[in-house]
Design a protein around this ligand. Sequence first.
Ligand code: GAL
Length: 695
Amino acid sequence: MICRPVTIALALALSNIAAHASPAPTPDFPARATAFADRPAIAVGVSWYPEQWPESRWETDLALMQKTGFNTIRMGEFAWSRMEPEEGKFDFAWLDRAIAAAQRHGFMVVLGTPTAAPPAWLTQKYPDVLRVDENGTRAGHGARRHFSFASQRYRDFARRIATEMAKRYGRNPAVVGWQIDNEVGPPSFDDESVAAWHAFLKARYGTIDELNRRWTTQYWSQFYNSFDQVPLHATGQQNPGLLLDFKHFTTATWTDYVQNQVRAMRPLIDPRAFITTNTMFWNAGFDHFVMHRDLDIAAWDNYIPDGRPDWVANGANHDLVRGYKQRNFWLMETQPGRVDWVPVNRALDPGQVRELAWQSVAHGADAVLYWQWRPSPNGQETYHGSVLGQDGEPNPIQAEIAHVAGDLVKATPLLADTQPVAKVGMLFSYDSRWAIDLQRHNKDFDPIKAFTDFYRPLRVQSQGVHILPAEADLARYPLVVAPNLNVLTEAQAKRLEAYVRSGGHLVLGPRSGMKDDANALWPQRQPGPLAALLGAQVAQFYALDQGVGVTGSVTGKASIWAEALEPLARDVRTLATYSDPGGWLDGKPAIVTRNVGKGSITYVGAWLDPETMARLAASLLADAKVAPILAGTDPDLEIAERAGAGKRILIAINHGNVAHPLALPAGAKPAGGDWADGAVPAHGIALFQLAPEAR
Ligand code: GAL
């Protein structure tokens, strides 16, 4: 195999991605599980690894999967050493037979490219492809993800196996979708990654002078004479500009790593088949909005490792995944009861597997796939939850999963071509998350927790939130909340200003508008490029070790973080002030608002306790005239609406341990689930079809 010289192709691709760091949403693929009109609009299935089992067992497995009610199988994503047992020698006969067998049973097939687990012949002969960690230790063989994301040689091998698969199965009618690699994430610090880093910085800044200016390298004598002096670091006492650009670099490199395969496969596969990659819970490794720009759909792996779901927090992650493409997504993996990778792998309670499947659908999943069908006899994951046991007989959870499958197949005509409805948009920014995480100032300022604390009451009270990038079209959301938009570009600020002027209600949380996209302070105090619009600024910020009082239109407490605000324009209204006797914050504005054009901008300077946040959310929703989908429901009941193709479906999920009353919504008719005697049982669900004109 010919290995092209270092990173020329990569450098070109990186410069392209560096220049387009802000993703534009691409809501272009159809809103259903697949673009095959003759295939089910909702997929339900499981990961199956036929390479681990004798072929004589396959028929039994497939028949049992069918009996469970599945219509989809995902396979292939770790089978490289079986597909290419020696360099350049391909053996797909077994996979031909496995796909054909799946097809005989009527399954849709999703194929994974196997590049998360390179074979031993590759890593032995070409050890330069192996990943190197930040301390300089090169990975060995035997686990997975042990390759360097910047290795051109690895990319060549990866492209070749992906191309072989696409040539062979790209037009196979059973194959409805493709997953690139598996949960990409860990970066590498090998020489080729360092060279790519330098190419990336050059593409981003053009000249070393510009880099020096944006990073303020006169500080601590960090000045660089040339790009090749800039060290590659992810952590440690480094310039925050460098550390944020490291994240931009991993974003560009992983995106290009995935596209390296996509580019080769596209011309070979049926245009109705999607190409995606599966991502992880709040993964901070790269900007997921950028990664998904050139993928067809988003897909993610939802696990509740401690077996104790916090349904609102879990829902936030579903909404984030929906936001990557602003369209429905696939739940590519979820647990049949338990995982095997945390200190205590508690199983979900009976009913919760089903409840969580429905939650994903309520938030826009058009597919629910379990990981995995049966535990391999050996290997690192023999303790993980699975549908079958090691004896090939169903585990106790199988009945519940069959229930999920039965539900989803039955509800498919109803759910087809519908999408989750929301009137509230929340802006999530990877740059902001990273910038805050790099300099928390208060160790307890966890940006995900801060985001979730804002999300919680907004989701519970409005019953529909879409999480969006700051570049999204916001016109359809009367209320947009940006909990911590720490990094704010001029372009984003302009869009937000236009949103407000044309009637939107924009709410900024603490630490907003402080940094530019090189992680440097804006010369204007926070919210920087939006301070003029707000007519107010942050006079000073304070890390709190104990709470301070907040009084005014909402009264309660703030902790962790508080900013003393300073109105500059006369029409700014102070909604709440601090009570901090003897302290800097005492009497200073904590929340200010201003009407601008047809809309308003509000700045909340403090991290409010949950009750205060709930009261604030209520008033924000009222001001923006956002009503809940169904008022007066118990807090354990999650309510969601999916609408589209002339249908409106209300989904109610009881996340609690006792039954909760739910009156038949006005104009609605029951459409499935467990609703009986005006209540939803513990861990039960209820579906209603709403009349289009009912709301
Ligand atoms: C995922 C991974 C799967 C499997 C699963 C176990 O992160 O994609 O291959 O390892 O975890 O929970």
